[in-house]
Design a protein around this ligand. Structure first.
Ligand code: TRP
Length: 385
């Protein structure tokens, strides 16, 4: 992206992201208030507060919801490390929407993608896949309506469809969309992710699917929609809602990182660790001295502790507004803001971790979320044997 000072692709996010420009570059739309207010009440804070700020054909998914048709949600995870807060929030939104709409939720685990993209062994990636699936089970989806799909382990349902979609993509489309991929695995992978987004329709027939995901993943959605539009495949184009990146602790507007060395809050961090990380690293919008802070006040818009609450962890709009006001006026100190955020985040994580601890042995839990024989038969009906 030559004339911008930032880059956003599925494999690289760099610089100071101009979120509106990203939508423009990708050809996605802003999420309008009209769309927003059509989501079932009560609106999730992530939607209400504009963290999900863009989309594609969101209204069509909402039409499906309003007319009581089958609807689905797909959001996945590339397992290359521990999951942090930023990874978790699209899944919590998906769970919330599942409760409200009864949507099928499909959760693809792209172990192949991460093996192609990262300098890790196949075994390492498999280990992360298992670890991450356990984290995702702790979100609390309805197992009857939720499916995990692991690309390599569920190759029988993924590969035949990916092959059909792959034939529709040229190398030049892939190069233009992702930059020149490092290896042919990554060149093929868009066909796999297109399969993910269409799987619910391949199982349950044509219907509206919503993909809640950070905006850097939009190119995958665009390519999937191109293939979904071809008459030979009896599916409709999936819709998407696209989010901003979760705030980084050090607060420069980038994406919360798990691969760099930046401090990050992981889903398995305990209360003390959360407090420590926020105290030590969370960028403060406060003034350097107490007197100055009391006099001039702080800036909640750049204060990461405030941002954490605004994004996700404080559901009450009145409380967040009051916090911002008190901060601006200098009444609330930066250390106090940090403590509040740490407590909220730690409460959230404790509940998550309790659900995780209550899970049984991996295979037995996974069994609840794997395709029924009938579903698998539908997906593999044209295989040789
Ligand atoms: N590619 C995504 C990532 O790197 C993970 C992913 C795989 C995904 N399949 C998906 C995300 C389907 C959304 C929908 O994070």
């Amino acid at each position: 992206m030559p004339d911008e000072d930032f880059t956003v692709t599925p494999y690289a996010v760099e610089g100071d992201v101009d979120y509106d420009k990203v939508l423009e570059q990708f050809g996605a739309d802003e999420l309008t208030d009209e769309d927003r207010n059509r989501f079932p009440e009560p609106l999730h804070p992530l939607i209400r507060r504009g963290i999900f700020y863009g989309g594609r054909d969101v209204d069509e998914w909402l039409d499906g919801v309003e007319s009581d048709e089958t609807v689905s949600i797909v959001t996945g995870r590339g397992p290359s490390g521990k999951m942090h807060l930023g990874h978790a929030f699209p899944f919590y939104l998906a769970k919330y929407l599942q409760e409200q709409t009864g949507a099928h939720v499909y959760i693809p685990i792209s172990d192949d993608e991460k093996y192609f993209a990262k300098d890790q062994s196949f075994e390492d990636i498999q280990g992360w896949a298992k670890n991450n699936i356990r984290e995702l089970m702790a979100v609390g989806f309805d197992p009857e309506k939720t499916r995990f799909i692991v690309d390599t382990a569920d190759a029988d349902v993924v590969y035949p469809h990916a092959a059909k979609f792959a034939k529709k993509y040229t190398q030049s489309t892939v190069d233009a969309t992702y930059g020149n991929p490092d290896n042919i695995g990554l060149s093929f992978y868009p066909a796999v992710q297109a399969t993910h987004l269409l799987l619910p329709q391949l199982v349950h027939g044509k219907h509206q699917t919503l993909v809640p995901i950070a905006v850097d993943q939009d190119p995958h959605i665009r390519l999937c929609r191109d293939v979904a539009a071809k008459e030979q495949f009896d599916v409709t184009k999936p819709s998407a809602i696209l989010s901003r990146f979760f705030p980084q602790l050090k607060g420069d507007g980038g994406k919360m990182s798990s691969s760099g060395n930046d401090p990050t809050i992981y889903l398995d961090d305990d209360r003390e660790t959360v407090e420590d990380k926020i105290k030590t690293y969370a960028y403060s919008g406060g003034q350097t001295s107490l007197d100055e802070h009391r006099e001039k006040g702080g800036d909640p818009d750049v204060d990461v502790s405030y941002q954490l609450m605004y994004y996700f962890f404080e559901e009450d709009d009145e409380v967040v507004e009051r916090l911002a006001e008190e901060y601006r006026s200098g009444e609330l100190l930066s250390g106090e803001m940090k403590l509040k955020a740490a407590e909220k985040v730690a409460d959230f994580l404790e509940a998550h971790q309790e659900r995780k601890e209550a899970l049984g042995e991996f295979e037995a839990e996974l069994e609840k979320y794997t395709f029924t024989e009938e579903e698998r038969a539908t997906l593999t009906s044209d295989l040789l044997y």
